[in-house]
Design a protein around this ligand. Structure first.
Ligand SMILES: *Cc1c(COP(=O)(O)O)cnc(C)c1O
Length: 414
C-alpha cells in the first residue's frame, strides 16, 4: 500500500468512534425529518408547480410548516424566491427592525456579506434606514462575553440580538447548541424581551437540535447549503415564532400580501426531497471534513475545528505554509470535482474582498457549498476554508488528490 493510502486508512481507523457518533446524530435527525413529513401529510400534490400569484399554493405553504416542525418552530417561510442565505438574512432583519432600533451582535462581526447590509453607506442598508448596530466579540477561547452582553442589553433600543452559529471566515469553532441555549437563557435573564435571531448557515443537522429548540426566536439559512441536501435548485428559509414570521413575510413580499403569494413553476419536489436527504448528506460532509482535517493535521498542518471530536458546523479551515501549497490544495479540490474538473483555477479580485481570492466549486448546483467546495484569500497566514461533500467517498477521493498535489508542491515529506 502506498503512503497516501496508508495515511487515509490510519485516519479512518482513528476516527471510527467519532464517525459512529456522527451516524447516530444523522439517524436521529432523519427520524425527526420523517416524523415532520408524516405530521404534515406530505403527498405528491405538494410537489406540483404553481404559476402567477400562487394563491392557495399548498406546496409553498406546507414546505414552510414542514421546516417549522423539523426545527421545532411555530412557523416558517421557505422559498425559492429567497435567492440566498444573505437575502434570507436581509429579509429577516429588515422585517424585524425599525428606525431607531438597534441590532446587537453578541458573536462578533456577522458574515462578510452582511456587513454592507447592516452598515453600507447609501445603498439601502439598515444604517440608511436609521437602524443602529453594535457588537461584542467572543472571548479568546470562543466563549461569550457575558459581562458585555448584559451591559449592552441595558440599552432599550436593542430589538434584535444576533448570533452567528458557524465560524464564517474566522479561526474559531462554530457555536454549539449547548452554548446557544446558554446564551439565550442568559439574554432573557438580563430582561431582554425582543427577538433572538440566529444566522444558522452551515449548522443545520450537525447536532441533534437547532437554535429554535434552544431558545432562539428566529433561525435563517440557505438551501444552497445543508438543508437543501445538495438537490434543492435554489432558495432560503426563515423559521421561528409566528408573530415574527408574519412581520418578516410582509417584508419578503409586500406588507399587504405577506406569505399569501409566490409561485414556483419548476415545482417543489427538490426542496422537499432535499430536506429529506439533508441529515444524511450533512453527515457525509462532516465525516469528510474530519478525515481531511485529521490526515492534514498528521502531516503538520494546523486545522480548525479539532479533527478528533464532533464539530458544530460543516466547515473546516486549514493553514498552509506557502501560497503554492494553498493553491495546490484548492486546485486539487477542483480537480476532484464532478463538474469542471478540467478547470485551472486562478486567484482573482472578487468584489468586496481586499485580497485576491481563489475558489474551487465544481458543483451541480452553482456555488452550492453543501457540495465539496473550497476557497481562500491569498494572504498570510495561508488559510483555506472548505466545506461540504455530498458523499463521504467523494471527500476521500478529493483527499487523495490533495495529498498527491501537496507532495508535488514540495510542501511536506511523506
Ligand atoms: C454562507 C453564509 C452566509 C450567506 O449565505 P449565501 O447563501 O452565501 O448568501 C451567511 N452566513 C454564514 C455564516 C454563511 O456561512
Amino acid at each position: 500500500m502506498g503512503r497516501i493510502e496508508e495515511l487515509i486508512r490510519e485516519g479512518e481507523a482513528a476516527l471510527a468512534p467519532v464517525f459512529a457518533a456522527v451516524d447516530e446524530i444523522a439517524y436521529e435527525n432523519q427520524e425527526k425529518v420523517i416524523r415532520a413529513f408524516e405530521k404534515n401529510r406530505i403527498a405528491l400534490r405538494h410537489f406540483a408547480p404553481s404559476t402567477g400569484y400562487g394563491y392557495g399554493d399548498e406546496g409553498r405553504d406546507t414546505l414552510g410548516s414542514l421546516f417549522a416542525d423539523i426545527f421545532g418552530a411555530e412557523a416558517g417561510l421557505v422559498s425559492p424566491n429567497l435567492v440566498s442565505g444573505t437575502h434570507a438574512l436581509t429579509v429577516g432583519l429588515f422585517g424585524l427592525l425599525r428606525t431607531g432600533d438597534t441590532l446587537f451582535s453578541v458573536s462578533g462581526d456577522p458574515y462578510d456579506t452582511l456587513l454592507d447590509v447592516i452598515s453600507g453607506d447609501g445603498i439601502g442598508s439598515l444604517a440608511d434606514y436609521g437602524v443602529r448596530f453594535k457588537k461584542c466579540e467572543l472571548k479568546e477561547d470562543g466563549s461569550f462575553d457575558y459581562g458585555s452582553i448584559c451591559a449592552g442589553l441595558k440599552d432599550p433600543s436593542v430589538k434584535v440580538v444576533f448570533l452567528q452559529r458557524s465560524r464564517g471566515y474566522a479561526w474559531r469553532d462554530a457555536l454549539s447548541e449547548a452554548q446557544i441555549g446558554e446564551v439565550c437563557s442568559f439574554v432573557r435573564s438580563c430582561g431582554f424581551s425582543g427577538c433572538i435571531f440566529v444566522d444558522n448557515c452551515y449548522g443545520e443537522f450537525v447536532e441533534r437540535t437547532e437554535p429554535t429548540q434552544n431558545g432562539a426566536d428566529i433561525a435563517v439559512g440557505s438551501l444552497n447549503k445543508n438543508p437543501g441536501g445538495g438537490i434543492a435548485p435554489t432558495g432560503g428559509y426563515i423559521i421561528g415564532k409566528k408573530s415574527y414570521i408574519d412581520r418578516i413575510a410582509g417584508r419578503m413580499t409586500a406588507p399587504s400580501i405577506g406569505a399569501e403569494v409566490g409561485s414556483y413553476a419548476y415545482g417543489y419536489q427538490q426542496l422537499y426531497q432535499g430536506v429529506f436527504l439533508a441529515p444524511h448528506v450533512v453527515a457525509q460532509a462532516v465525516k469528510g471534513s474530519l478525515l481531511i482535517g485529521r490526515v492534514l493535521r498528521e502531516l503538520g498542518y494546523a486545522t480548525s475545528p479539532s479533527a478528533e471530536k464532533l464539530p458544530y458546523d460543516i466547515t473546516r479551515a486549514v493553514r498552509f505554509h506557502t501560497k503554492e501549497e494553498l493553491c495546490a490544495f484548492i486546485q486539487a479540490v477542483q480537480s476532484a470535482s464532478p463538474v469542471d474538473s478540467f478547470v485551472t483555477l486562478e486567484p482573482w479580485d472578487m468584489p468586496g474582498y481586499a485580497d485576491q481570492v481563489i475558489m474551487a466549486a465544481g458543483c451541480f448546483v452553482q456555488g452550492a457549498s453543501i457540495e465539496l467546495s473550497a476557497d481562500a484569500p491569498i494572504r498570510a497566514p495561508y488559510t483555506a476554508y472548505f466545506q461540504g461533500g455530498l458523499t463521504y467517498e467523494h471527500c476521500k477521493y478529493a483527499l487523495k488528490k490533495i495529498l498527491h498535489s501537496l507532495k508535488k508542491s514540495d510542501g511536506v515529506e511523506f
